[in-house]
Design a protein. Structure first.
Lengths: 326, 237
């Protein structure tokens, strides 16, 4: 399970100098969003990929974090930055309550329950106008006009999240999580409390997702229930990031996050305006095709099946005699 | 003072009574055999002992402590390890990772868990395969892995559920040696087994059940010569 080497500092260094070299707020924005998705995807992966509890409801924690930050402004009259402090813990609290209810269900039944709870949160946030302003949403004033502070904050969150998950999966907790994923009955008979360790996994996962939500509120300065509690844009996207990159691998979700965000933006902008406008309508279709392709040919995701990809690459360059004979 | 004792243990699934009024006790250091025809309730007894099923009535005590109502993982922490008849390897973990996940019961440190696991793998003669993924093991090695994982939790009582089924005679002979070594290391064992020469060879005491009720009990010779046991297995003439 050891995966952090010196070479992992290379992408970090590239990301650190990126906004200095690239003097474009547009590209900086795309990278900020991608870094935010590194956090959400990695958190989802800890619960679903390592612990085997597939969540279709990560929008719950994202939205909770975002609204915690938003309500700091509208209800408490303090800065939305306090949300970076409270967002995580509030999301954990929500997560533990949901876990307490849903963890008695296993496999697909747990996944279905998280969809239901997710929709309850979205509709609840829409209807409870006194608290959330409903569909009007919450609008705040951005602290910084420059993208740079947001960029480095997002990079810090992403690095902290990946490092924390690296530490978790290489500890006793990580072994327990994977044991539960592989066979919960066997794990229980090995002295592992399924409920306790699933809850711990969910707590870590919801903490970072809540932080990402609070960051989103501060950065975008506008939220409404249909964006931050969205099944489609948040919960499903978190799953896609995980699957494309590689479920149950440390570097899968970070890779998946950049691939998905770049792909989404490429299509949304009709290949940066080079292609006709109708192309932008097709991005959902392309996501679907991509998922089919990845599941069919690289079931472990791009990072999980990296050795396969490299094999194809090296085989294309020079066919070894034995393989040529076949 | 017996290390383990059940008192009028009963389990009903709706109208079906799977285990009825079963009382037995196991002394420290014994190998205690539990035999009976297919469907007689042996595995159900194990599932009651380790808390997988709730008990309908009666009680189970281990080292003087009542186990009724405790969850499976707590019963394991008290010192009762078990293997499954239908083996449950953690498929996408390597052999040593399987054992380490268990060994974390006794330590929170990874290198310590690894060291303990290496010792247990050596004890179970699985050292050569420590880096194999568990899903790639033969059935014989899977059964060994089940035992290794149960041992890594540090049990004082080990429940072995048909660890010899499906093995070659050669593997069975090695298995018998392994079980003896486990007992000699100070672990009390309750074993469910169908293979008669194995059970007759290693058990100190045997309890024979059918339809969840006791038929007879005693030393292997006594049980082996009992007409009721022969009838339960082979039918009446």
């Amino acid at each position: 399970m050891k995966v952090i080497r010196w070479s992992t500092l290379v992408p970090l260094l590239i990301l650190m100098v990126f906004p200095v070299i690239v003097d474009s707020d547009y590209y900086r924005h795309i990278f900020i969003i991608a870094l935010m998705w590194v956090v959400i995807g990695s958190s989802w992966n800890l619960l679903a990929g390592y612990t085997g509890q597939v969540s279709f409801g990560h929008a719950i924690f994202f939205g909770t974090g975002a609204y915690t930050a938003g309500l700091c402004v509208t209800k408490l009259g303090i800065s939305a930055w306090w949300g970076m402090l409270f967002g995580g813990p509030v999301a954990v609290l929500v997560g533990l309550i949901i876990g307490w209810i849903c963890f008695r269900l296993r496999g697909p039944y747990f996944a279905l329950a998280t969809i239901a709870v997710g929709e309850i949160f979205r509709i609840g946030a829409t209807v409870w106008r006194d608290l959330t302003e409903g569909m009007q949403g919450i609008l705040i004033i951005q602290t910084f006009r420059s993208k740079i502070p947001y960029y480095y904050l997002a990079l810090f969150l992403a690095a902290a999240c990946v490092y924390a998950i690296y530490r978790v999966v290489n500890s006793k907790w990580g072994f327990y999580f994977v044991a539960i994923r592989e066979d919960e009955d066997a794990a229980e008979s090995m002295g592992i409390s399924g409920f306790r360790y699933k809850s711990l996994s969910l707590a870590v996962s919801s903490f970072f997702t809540g932080l990402a939500g609070a960051f989103y509120m501060n950065y975008m300065a506008f939220i409404d229930p249909h964006v931050v509690f969205s099944l489609h844009y948040i919960s499903i996207m978190a799953i896609l990031v995980g699957i494309i990159g590689g479920v149950g691998t440390l570097w899968g979700p970070p890779a998946g996050a950049f691939i998905m965000v770049l792909l989404q933006e490429t299509f949304r902008s009709s290949f940066f305006g080079l292609l006709p406008k109708w192309v932008s309508e097709g991005h959902v279709l392309v996501f679907g095709l991509l998922v089919i392709f990845v599941i069919r040919f690289m079931a472990n995701g791009i990072i999980g099946d990296w050795h396969k990809i490299r094999q194809i690459w090296s085989r294309a360059k020079s066919l070894p005699p034995a393989a040529a004979g076949n | 003072m017996s290390i383990f004792r059940t008192n009028r243990l009963t389990k009903a699934f709706g109208g079906l009574i799977a285990v009825k009024d079963l009382s037995f006790h196991v002394e420290e250091g014994q190998i205690y055999g539990l035999i009976g025809p297919n469907g007689s309730g042996k595995t159900t007894v194990f599932n009651l002992i380790n808390g997988y099923y709730p008990i309908t009535s009666g009680s189970i005590s281990f080292q003087g402590k009542e186990l009724n109502g405790l969850p499976t993982w707590k019963i394991c922490k008290l010192g009762i390890g078990r293997t499954f008849q239908i083996v449950k390897p953690l498929r996408r973990m390597t052999v040593i990772e399987n054992v380490m996940a268990s060994a974390f019961n006794q330590t929170a440190r990874k290198d310590d868990a690894r060291e303990r696991s290496l010792k247990i793998l050596d004890f179970c003669e699985l050292t050569r395969k420590q880096d194999y993924p568990a899903k790639g093991l033969t059935i014989g090695d899977r059964k060994r892995l089940e035992i290794a994982r149960a041992l890594a939790t540090g049990p004082k009582l080990l429940l072995l559920d048909e660890t010899m089924a499906g093995l070659t005679p050669q593997e069975q002979a090695e298995g018998v040696k392994l079980i003896r070594r486990i007992r000699d290391s100070g672990v009390t064992i309750i074993i469910v087994e169908h293979i008669m020469h194995v059970i007759m060879n290693i058990c100190d005491q045997i309890l024979c059940i059918n339809y969840g009720q006791e038929i007879t009990r005693g030393t292997p010779e006594e049980v082996g010569n009992n007409p009721a046991v022969i009838e339960a297995y082979l039918g009446r003439e």
